[in-house]
Design a protein around this ligand. Structure first.
Ligand code: SIN
Ligand code: FE2
Length: 216
């Protein structure tokens, strides 16, 4: 853990339980927003955002890239993690320490010790972009939680149950908010409602989401 989080520990971070095994940490990433956005810029310069195609042949409205040992990709053959960016034929950019430390300390706040993500999916939403309800289940290690960091424009995050048909609860996530889910919530359905029009002071007309996972 870096010194950057010491202040938060002193004041006691805001921790809202949203389901069994799931917490919403409001503003948790706020103190390091500049380091995070600089790191995102650096990654995107080397592994650009792209809209991938689902196995069913649809182009996703969310634009994605990755950093870390492995990146999540989808194409006509299916969903998977791969060490190589198919766009550049190079390994994904390394996961910055500031990402790793943030993910670990957020997971700790959620009750998950020693979270060591090997993948960070970076999602870019523009107004109108949505992500339909899904489970994160391409990872081999379901004992590790998912840590999800919101930057930029606010979004309505949908957090449902174990069945696609379970009615999701809506949470408004803003710049710096972090959601952690694992244990009994690890396979909860979740998604993002169409992003509303807006302009964020630091990030402009977009929302960036970092999703940390331990894939194996
Ligand atoms: C995801 O489920 O991969 C992203 C969720 C989000 O953008 O908040
Ligand atoms: Fe997801």
């Amino acid at each position: 853990m870096t010194d950057l989080f010491d202040g938060l520990a002193d004041t006691g971070p805001s921790r809202e339980s949203i389901a069994d095994g799931a917490v919403l940490l409001r503003g948790f990433a706020g103190p390091i927003e500049q380091e995070l956005t600089a790191a995102v810029r650096d990654i995107v310069a080397r592994a650009p955002f792209r809209r991938m195609t689902t196995p069913g042949g649809y182009q996703m409205s969310v634009a994605m890239t990755n950093c870390g040992e492995r990146g999540w990709i989808t194409d006509h053959t299916g969903y998977r993690y791969d060490a190589i960016d198919p766009r550049t034929d190079l390994p994904w950019p390394a996961m910055p320490d500031v990402f790793r430390d943030l993910a670990r300390s957020a997971a700790e706040q959620g009750g998950y010790q020693s979270f060591a993500p090997d993948a960070c999916l970076i999602n870019r939403y523009e107004p109108g972009t949505r992500l339909s309800l899904h489970q994160d289940k391409d990872e081999l290690d379901l004992a590790a939680p998912i840590v999800s960091v919101s930057l930029g424009l606010p979004a309505i995050f949908l957090f449902g149950g174990m069945k696609r048909g379970d009615k999701p609860v809506r949470y408004r996530l803003t710049h710096g908010d972090v959601v952690v889910w694992g244990g009994p919530s690890r396979l909860a359905y979740h998604g993002v409602a169409p992003l509303a029009e807006g302009e964020h002071a630091a990030l402009g007309r977009q929302r960036i989401n970092l999703t940390f996972r331990k894939t194996r």
